[in-house]
Design a protein around this ligand. Structure first.
Ligand SMILES: Nc1nc2c(ncn2[C@@H]2O[C@H](COP(=O)(O)OP(=O)(O)OP(=O)(O)O)[C@@H](O)[C@H]2O)c(=O)[nH]1
Length: 123
């Protein structure tokens, strides 16, 4: 009986030798690890965290934005010196009376590579 080839959520019977090696190759592609960098983006409400990260990830500014409630996530894959790297952004709205901000920060800091602080200065 044909043995299944291990794929990422895709188990296919390997019925013919040629097809089997072809599927194995494409299955292995899915196991290529890419490095992930996690960045927390913090700042007061309404300073431009959403616009900044939207622009970074999507290349354009959003037409309109809605207030982030607590936390938001974005990600983008970039290529640096030929290596693909996934950047994961966690947007946290900072507010002195927002206990969940400090709780989230406490959990995220140990698994984060960098923190970006966004603020708005006088024009
Ligand atoms: N003049 C100017 N306005 C900006 C800039 N970036 C964002 N804005 C405006 O500032 C407002 C708030 O932007 P957001 O990106 O939603 O700010 P935020 O920090 O994500 O806000 P919260 O989701 O409430 O935490 C929006 O009306 C944007 O259009 C900027 O660089 N310059």
């Amino acid at each position: 009986m044909a043995q299944p080839i291990l794929g990422h959520g895709n188990l296919q019977p390997a019925s013919a030798a040629g097809l089997a090696s072809l599927e194995l190759d494409s299955s292995l592609d899915q196991y290529v690890q890419i490095r992930i960098f996690k960045i927390i983006v913090i700042g007061d409400s309404n300073v431009g965290k959403t616009c900044l990260t939207f622009r970074f990830c999507g290349g354009t500014f959003p037409d309109k934005t809605e207030a982030t409630i607590g936390v938001d996530f974005r990600e983008k894959t970039v290529e640096i010196e030929g290596e693909k790297i996934k950047i994961k952004l966690v947007l946290l709205e900072e507010h002195p009376s927002n206990d969940s901000f400090f709780i989230c920060l406490g959990y995220l800091m140990p698994v984060t590579h960098s923190v970006g602080i966004v603020f708005s200065g006088p024009l």
